[in-house]
Design a protein around this ligand. Structure first.
Ligand SMILES: NC(=O)c1ccc[n+]([C@@H]2O[C@H](COP(=O)([O-])OP(=O)(O)OC[C@H]3O[C@@H](n4cnc5c(N)ncnc54)[C@H](O)[C@@H]3O)[C@@H](O)[C@H]2O)c1
Ligand SMILES: O=C(O)C(=O)C[C@]1(C(=O)O)C=C[C@@H](O)C=C1
Length: 301
């Protein structure tokens, strides 16, 4: 869809309040407006600079550091701060919520949302967590763009007994801005994302750290020849430090479990190299090549 394409359907929401106007919050604000999903988008952010930037860029109609002001007349609230701020924001949010409102989020871990925000949600308000599996290594309101969620997954994790109408609205919101939605249990989400997203980030943070600890002469060669695989790792390792600190602290169990298995598999490859077991190495690399090709074929199908 071109940037100027007209919305095809009536707005789903009257006013959406986004808390945290960084990469994901500002992308969502842009998309909701661009695809005509919300009549009005406002935001709250603790950073006055981000508020000013969001208004200057025309991303939202109003931006404020005051949560109560942002929630006036809103039918939906989207938490888009780092996950570590959810408990504090949830606590401030609770008394401001009105029956019928929907509270959702974009956090990269999902059990923590039910744990940290759930207790602050009054009766009659619907908490329907979500996670767009789309992003970049950049942060802040300038980094966002309206098409970020196009053709990407969004995983919605309604708690047991969630209001069906509210689930349907959150699902429709993501579909209308271009995502393919899958419903999932929060615990399962956290286990799946531990391997597909959290572990790869941890590996990237590690490998780039290891390279920077090398002796000076080798380090300069690393920078000089970093056009290939290493360069991809440096992109991932440039991802937001606060966001990723919070992801690891809030998906501790699943990450530690997958890290244990990863370490065992790495040790097996280490042994194969030490003992010159070429066949084992080749078999392993043949399997992983097939996995990559399978992913590409599935995307093209
Ligand atoms: N970056 C990604 O690739 C990606 C992808 C999917 C989901 N997410 C999730 O989206 C959320 C936001 O990530 P991001 O990449 O947009 O981060 P970001 O750093 O770009 O934006 C976060 C924003 O939240 C604001 N903020 C922080 N604490 C706050 C508080 N207590 N009250 C109000 N505002 C506060 C910051 O000022 C900032 O504007 C995170 O929960 C993250 O896990 C990120
Ligand atoms: O493309 C990237 O830069 C990302 O890291 C995006 C990515 C991912 O791991 O796929 C990162 C965190 C999210 O919660 C969702 C998406």
């Amino acid at each position: 869809m071109s940037e100027t394409a007209a919305p095809l359907a009536a707005p789903l929401f009257d006013r959406v309040a986004i808390v945290g106007v960084g990469l994901i919050g500002s992308s969502l604000a842009r998309a909701l407006t661009h695809y005509g999903v919300a009549r009005q988008v406002v935001c709250a952010d603790r950073s006055p600079e981000h508020c000013a930037k969001a208004v200057e860029l025309g991303i939202v109609e109003r931006a404020t550091t005051d949560l109560a002001e942002a929630l006036e007349g809103a039918d939906v609230v989207v938490l888009a701060t780092p996950v570590g701020a959810f408990a504090e924001v949830g606590e401030q949010l609770g008394p401001l919520l009105r029956p019928g409102m929907i509270v959702t989020d974009v956090g990269s871990v999902k059990q923590a949302v039910l744990r940290d925000v759930g207790p602050h949600i009054p009766d009659g308000v619907h908490l329907i967590p979500g996670h767009p599996v789309a992003g970049t290594e950049h942060s802040g309101p300038e980094a966002g763009f309206a098409t970020l969620f196009q053709g990407r997954w969004c995983i919605v994790t309604p708690p047991p007994g969630a209001n069906e109408g509210a689930v349907d609205k959150v699902v429709t919101m993501w579909r209308r801005i271009g995502s393919t939605v899958e419903l999932m249990d929060a615990n399962h989400h956290d286990r799946v994302l531990a391997i597909t997203s959290h572990l790869p980030h941890l590996i990237a943070y590690t490998i780039v750290g290891t390279a920077s600890d090398l002796e000076d002469d080798t380090k300069s060669e690393v920078i000089k020849f970093s056009a290939g695989g290493f360069r991809d790792f440096t992109r991932i390792a440039a991802s937001d430090p606060v966001m990723w600190r919070d992801v690891f602290l809030n998906n501790r169990e699943a990450v530690l479990e997958i890290l244990q298995r990863f370490t065992e598999d790495l040790t097996a490859l280490q042994r194969a190299i030490r003992w010159g077991e070429g066949e084992q190495l080749q078999d392993h690399f043949t399997k992983t090549r097939a996995i990559r090709r399978g992913i590409i074929d599935a995307k093209q199908a």
